[in-house]
Design a protein around this ligand. Structure first.
Ligand code: NAD
Length: 370
C-alpha cells in the first residue's frame, strides 16, 4: 500500500500560486507512478491571508503547519500590501512559520546546471559542475540577539545596537545537520565565522570542532574566516561541498553563492527544525525567489525553483533520495533539450510558459521512469 504523507501547501501571493500549480502536476505524477501519495491541505499566507483574515497567517493555518509532515510555500508579498501595519505585512507570515516551527537550519543548495552554466556572471570554467550546500543558522545570532535597538545619547547623537549571540546547543544542532548532509554528499564541511575578531565566532569554531571530533570524525572539517569564504566563493567555488555558518554570514554567503548559478528562478531551499522522538523534523520548503509582482499572472514565471524545493522535501523529509534525483534529472534534461522560461532565456532556445515547463518536466519524468 502506498505511503501517504500529509502536506500543507501555501501558494501565497504573486507568482506563488502559478509555480505551486506546477508542483501539483509533479505530485499527481508521483501518486500515479511511485509508491507514495500525498494528502494535501491548502492554506493562505502573506498578503492573501491578510486580505482574508487581517493577519499574514491565521492560527488555523499555523496549526496545520505544525501538524503536517512538511510545508511547501510559494512566495509572499507585493506592492498591494505596502501600507499594511508592520506586524501584519506579508513577510510576517513567513517569520511566524519559521519561529513557531523552530526552523533553525536553512539549506540553500547552489547548483549550476550544465545547460545554464554560461548564464552565470562568473566564467564558465569557474562554475561548471558547481554543487555547494550552504547551511545557514536561521533562528539565532545578531538578527535576534538582545540588547537591540536605537537609543539617543546624552549629547543628542544616536546609537544603534544589535548583539551577536550564540549558545552551544544552537551551534551543535546546526553543525550536526551540516555533518549529516556532508556524509551524503562530498563528505566535507567548511565552517565559516570571524573568530579572529568575534568571541561568538571563537565559540562557533570550538563547538563545531567539538561536534566533529566527538560525533563525525569521518567527515573532513575545515575552518574559514567568513570574509575569505566570500572571496573563495567567487575565486574557486568548486572547492566547497557543505558550508555551515551563522545567520548573518549565511544570509550574505548564500545569496553570493546562489548568484553564481545564474538565475533566481532555479533556486530551491529548505528550512529544518529539530528531530522529534520518531526521527521526524518540522520542515518548510520554498523557492528562494519572491512573489515577482512584475510578471505575476502572465504565465511567465519559472516553476523550477519550486519543483526543486519539492525534490528537496522528498530527500530531506521523506528520505526519498532516488525520487528527488529523478526530478533533478528531469530538470537537467528539459533544460538540456533547450526549453527556457523567460528569466533563463538564451539565444537559440525555445521560450515556454510556466505551465508548458511544468508539463514538460512531467513528460520527462515519464520517460526517465519508463
Ligand atoms: P523577486 O524575487 O520577487 O523578483 C526579483 C526579480 O526576479 C523580478 O524581476 C522577478 O520577475 C524575477 N523573478 C523572481 N522569481 C522568478 C521566477 N520564478 N521566474 C521568473 N522570474 C522571476 O524579488 P523582489 O522583486 O525584490 O520582491 C517582490 C516581492 O516579493 C516583495 O514584496 C518582496 O518582499 C517579496 N519577497 C518574498 C520572498 C519570499 O516569499 N520568500 C522572498 C523575496 C522577496
Amino acid at each position: 500500500m502506498a505511503d501517504t504523507k500529509k502536506l500543507l501547501f501555501l501558494p501565497g501571493d504573486g507568482i506563488g500560486p502559478e509555480v505551486m500549480a506546477e508542483v501539483r502536476r509533479v505530485i499527481d505524477w508521483m501518486a500515479k507512478n511511485r509508491s507514495i501519495s500525498f494528502d494535501i491541505v491548502e492554506g493562505l499566507v502573506g498578503g492573501c491571508a491578510y486580505d482574508d483574515c487581517g493577519e499574514a497567517i491565521s492560527d488555523e493555518t499555523m496549526a496545520d503547519a505544525m501538524a503536517v509532515d512538511a510545508v511547501l510555500l510559494g512566495a509572499v508579498g507585493g506592492p498591494k500590501w505596502a501600507d499594511v501595519p508592520f506586524d501584519k505585512r506579508p513577510e510576517a507570515g513567513l517569520l511566524r512559520l519559521r519561529k513557531e516551527m523552530d526552523l533553525f537550519a536553512n539549506l540553500r543548495p547552489a547548483v549550476v546546471f550544465d545547460a545554464l552554466a554560461d548564464a552565470s556572471s562568473l566564467k564558465l570554467e569557474i562554475v561548471q559542475g558547481m554543487d555547494i550546500m550552504i547551511v545557514r543558522e536561521l533562528t539565532g545570532g545578531v538578527y535576534f540577539g538582545e540588547p537591540r535597538g536605537i537609543e539617543t545619547l546624552a549629547d543628542g547623537t544616536r546609537r544603534g545596537i544589535n548583539t551577536q549571540v550564540y549558545t552551544t546547543p544552537e551551534i551543535h544542532r546546526v553543525a550536526r545537520i551540516a555533518f549529516e548532509l556532508a556524509k551524503k554528499r562530498g563528505n566535507r564541511v567548511a565552517s565559516a565565522e570571524k573568530c579572529n575578531v568575534m568571541e561568538s565566532g571563537l565559540l562557533w569554531r570550538e563547538e563545531v570542532t567539538h561536534i566533529h571530533e566527538t560525533e563525525f570524525p569521518e567527515v573532513e572539517l575545515s575552518h574559514i574566516l567568513a570574509d575569505n569564504c566570500a572571496m573563495q566563493l567567487v575565486r574557486n567555488p568548486k572547492q566547497f561541498d557543505v558550508i555551515v555558518t551563522d545567520n548573518l554570514f549565511g544570509d550574505i554567503l548564500s545569496d553570493e553563492a546562489s548568484m553564481a548559478t545564474g538565475s533566481l528562478g532555479m533556486l530551491p531551499s529548505a528550512s529544518l527544525g529539530a528531530e522529534d522522538e520518531n526521527g521526524n523534523r518540522k520542515a518548510l520548503y520554498e523557492p528562494v525567489h519572491g512573489s515577482a509582482p512584475d510578471i505575476a499572472g502572465q504565465g511567465a514565471a519559472n516553476p523550477l525553483a519550486t519543483i526543486l524545493s519539492f525534490a528537496m522535501m522528498l530527500r530531506y523529509s521523506f528520505d526519498m533520495g532516488a525520487d528527488a534525483e529523478l526530478i533533478e534529472q528531469a530538470v537537467q534534461n528539459v533544460l538540456g533539450g533547450g526549453l527556457r522560461t523567460a528569466d533563463i532565456m538564451q539565444e537559440g532556445k525555445a521560450r515556454v510558459s510556466t505551465s508548458v515547463m511544468g508539463e514538460t518536466i512531467v513528460a520527462e519524468l515519464g520517460k526517465l521512469a519508463g
